[in-house]
Design a binder for this molecule. Structure first.
Ligand code: SF4
Length: 109
């Protein structure tokens, strides 16, 4: 479903049927974080979901204000692989367990 910022996100829920106006982020709700529509604008989750649909990767989200109070609140994401039981440093790429990362080229002279 499209978020208020116009990007497709699998965790956004909106109910506008018959004048209702219910909007929720189910991922933030799952992690007991408070959602507001402005968070979707800078949230990295839609890009991660578009790049990597691994069923074993679990995203953990927190809402934080980077550095000082003058910056806007932002969604920060960490990822964990349930299959390889390790943290995923690059959620858009994955841990490399199921889909091996591209081999390295070695150029011999
Ligand atoms: S805050 Fe992020 S995860 Fe939640 S609905 Fe918005 S874009 Fe999706």
């Amino acid at each position: 479903m499209k978020t208020p910022s116009g990007r497709e996100c699998p965790h956004f829920f909106g109910d506008y049927y018959r004048g209702r106006n219910v909007e929720e982020c189910r991922l933030l709700q799952l992690h007991s974080q408070i959602w507001s529509p402005d968070l979707c604008k800078t949230c990295p989750v839609p890009d991660i979901a578009r790049a990597n649909s691994c069923q074993y990767m679990q995203l953990k989200v927190t809402v934080a204000r980077p550095f000082t109070a003058i910056f806007q609140r932002r969604v920060q994401v960490t990822a964990f692989c349930e299959k390889s039981k390790r943290d995923v440093a690059e959620p858009q790429i994955g841990c490399g367990e199921c889909h091996e990362l591209p081999f390295e080229f070695e150029i011999k002279e």
